[in-house]
Write a new protein. Structure first.
Length: 347
């Protein structure tokens, strides 16, 4: 006979009912799901590139996620679980545009840039690199105008996966354990919306804008050669500056770097859920750090701030999540059908 355990809400649960509610799907096929997700998105990314698609467009990638869910027989569950998350995520993107409009309402020029911060960012970069400007120094060491190297392509692709990377990770979590998907999604949203408030209060300019304003000399655009080499004839005028300013409605949101914060948040949750295997995510983090500096998109201090921002968001949600989960369990128990007691028949 099992023993019941009282919770803080007064709900009586069986010892293993928490695991039963949290993990509705059997976990024996976890490695197969990981292999499927990897192969599926490799094929999707390849087709996307070949057809001249834009890899950073999250709405199109979400269609790919939905198709993947349908192929696994989880289409209805995907719509039910993801729609609220997606509304909030795209709501953040819309609000980020508002923050950019407010910050740049008085113009984006070196003479009249309003509240946009730039001088102390340059100073901090030079302090951290012994008097050097990080992006300019790295490009002087590695960049060859008109010639593409393997690291140019790596930098461009790592940069473009900014939005896709956490979505794929969330999708993999959702396939295995839905409560993990909810926990990670909540942390991602808290981190994004809190960053929006910061961008609104303290807009910051990236290195490429400092170059445009004549405050940073010698900055180049390495991504152009990389994409022309990868896909000749399709991306003649493509570089991450154009992509970034077209798809990100806030050009003065350098600090904290969400390009650094997103993959760091993924790493923290990957280590939490998968142990030492999660540290493999550090490879992509390093690629992103290199990319945003090499391509002139962020300062070193932006990366440090992004890592701190992600870590604080992670610690907050990990601390609050047990309370959220208990409320979810209580609501699920309250809506569960009541079982009538079985009357023993007299012999």
């Amino acid at each position: 006979m099992s023993t019941s355990i009282p919770t803080q809400e007064g709900l009586i649960l069986e010892p293993d009912s928490r695991d039963t509610v949290a993990a509705e799907e059997p976990q024996t096929y976890g490695p197969l799901i990981a292999i499927f997700v990897a192969i599926y998105f490799l094929i999707a990314a390849s087709l996307y590139f070949i057809r001249g698609g834009n890899v950073i467009s999250p709405d199109k990638w979400l269609i790919a996620l939905f198709i993947g869910a349908v192929l696994l027989g989880k289409g209805v569950k995907f719509l039910r679980d993801w729609i609220p998350f997606l509304f909030l995520l795209f709501g953040y993107e819309f609000m980020r545009g508002i923050a950019g409009n407010v910050a740049t309402s008085d113009g984006l020029t070196a003479e009249s840039h309003g509240r946009v911060q730039i001088d102390w960012l340059i100073d901090w970069d030079r302090k951290l690199l012994w008097g050097h400007d990080a992006s300019v120094w790295l490009q002087q060491k590695l960049y060859t105008p008109g010639q593409s190297h393997w690291y140019d392509a790596v930098a461009a692709i790592a940069y473009l996966l900014h939005f896709v990377y956490p979505l794929i990770f969330a999708f993999a979590l959702w396939l295995r354990r839905r409560e993990r998907f909810w926990e990670f999604s909540l942390a991602l949203l808290v981190m994004s919306y809190s960053a929006f408030v910061f961008f609104l209060l303290l807009p910051t300019a990236p290195p490429w804008m400092a170059y445009d304003w004549g405050m940073l000399d010698g900055l180049q655009r390495p991504s152009r050669e990389a994409f022309q080499t990868l896909l000749p004839g399709r991306y003649d005028n493509l570089d991450t500056f154009t992509l970034w300013t077209h798809h990100s409605p806030n050009p003065v949101a350098a600090l904290p770097s969400l390009h650094a914060a997103f993959p760091w948040l993924v790493l923290l949750f990957a280590v939490r859920y998968f142990g030492h295997w999660g540290w493999l995510m550090l490879i992509y983090n390093a690629a992103v750090w290199f990319a945003v500096i090499y391509l002139g998109q962020h300062w070193v201090i932006d990366i440090i701030a992004g890592i701190i921002w992600a870590t604080l968001s992670y610690l907050l949600i990990v601390r609050l999540w047990p309370k959220v989960e208990r409320k979810m369990l209580a609501r699920k128990a309250a809506t569960a059908p009541k079982l009538e007691p079985i009357q023993a028949s007299p012999d």
